[in-house]
Design a binder for this molecule. Structure first.
Ligand SMILES: NC(=O)c1ccc[n+]([C@@H]2O[C@H](COP(=O)([O-])OP(=O)(O)OC[C@H]3O[C@@H](n4cnc5c(N)ncnc54)[C@H](O)[C@@H]3O)[C@@H](O)[C@H]2O)c1
Length: 264
């Protein structure tokens, strides 16, 4: 099937690289006009140039309301946003006691406030178009957490809740809102050193025992953005290789690990 996003105008935040880039490329291939939006101007412009006529780059700092007004205008000039992927995020890992208020607020400003401002910025355009699809990228860390993720996990749990509020408030305008919860993904955020060992070792007890690739998240976003998901709203879609289902427990039957602490 192709043309799954024919006639749609999609703003994808944080699309200069990583998962956002994969979404921009796949969405354009499926017929959408894509607004590649990022704070990284050069790589963002390069992604848009490489995609071609279907893509327009705009400088967007998702934590700034005026920057959102500018990005929304670009989408309006293309016919009006009918898809928004709130994908941009930052991660500053640190123990609770070492986390400064400044660092905490930085993460909340981009991940949580950025998602809030994005939804607000496109609302009128989606309403005028008779509907739209908002895809908010949360994380497995928006469903559970890890040490070192006090600000990140807070922001990702918030995105999960905000998505449901939007789904409930805006369903009457034909606007759907869903969250995606990726597990580990092979990007600068998920594998900063590009280390091949980091693609396997941390995932040895996962149902799918490897890191995910950006395209694997982008395909879930594609489904939610498309009219194929016309009855899906307020949902949490885990794309995490089974992480959220639970982990393999060595020593119990049904796995290849026969001892609690080592390999067979
Ligand atoms: N990589 C993982 O393991 C993983 C796991 C779960 C969830 N996620 C989530 O997936 C999404 C995409 O992450 P990724 O893995 O592609 O990471 P990434 O770091 O490769 O990409 C993030 C993009 O967001 C942009 N960005 C950062 N701050 C911005 C701002 N203020 N305004 C606009 N753009 C900004 C960056 O420039 C970058 O292009 C994020 O929401 C992230 O939290 C990632």
């Amino acid at each position: 099937m192709s043309g799954r996003l024919e006639g749609k105008v999609a703003i994808i935040t944080g699309s200069a690289r990583g998962q956002g880039e994969a979404e921009a490329r796949i969405f354009a291939r499926e017929g959408a006009k894509v607004v590649v939006a990022d704070v990284l101007d050069e790589p963002g412009q390069a992604v848009a140039d490489d995609i071609g006529d279907a893509a327009t780059f705009v400088h967007l700092d998702v934590s700034s309301e005026s920057s959102w007004a500018n990005a929304a205008k670009v989408a309006a000039d293309l016919g009006g946003a009918t898809v928004l992927v709130n994908n941009a995020a930052i991660l500053i890992p640190s123990a609770i006691e070492d986390t400064t208020l400044d660092d905490y607020m930085k993460v909340i400003s981009v991940n949580q406030i950025g998602t809030f401002l994005g939804m607000k910025a496109v609302f009128e355009q989606m309403k005028m178009s008779g509907g739209g699809s908002i895809v908010n990228i949360s994380s497995v860390d928006g469903l559970q957490s890890k040490n070192g993720l006090i600000s990140y996990s807070a922001s990702k749990f918030a995105i999960r809740g905000m998505t449901k509020t939007a789904a409930i408030e805006w369903g009457r305008f034909g606007i759907r809102a869903n969250s995606i919860h990726p597990g580990g993904v092979n990007t600068i955020m998920g594998n900063p050193m590009g280390d091949p060992a980091a693609e396997k070792e941390p995932y040895q007890f996962h149902a799918i025992n490897r890191i995910g690739e950006p395209e694997e998240i982008a395909h879930a976003a594609l489904f939610l953005a498309s009219d194929e998901a016309s009855y899906v709203t307020g949902a949490e879609i885990s794309v995490d290789g089974g992480w959220r289902a639970g982990l393999i427990t060595p020593g119990l039957p049904g796995c290849e690990f026969t001892t609690a602490y080592g390999y067979a």
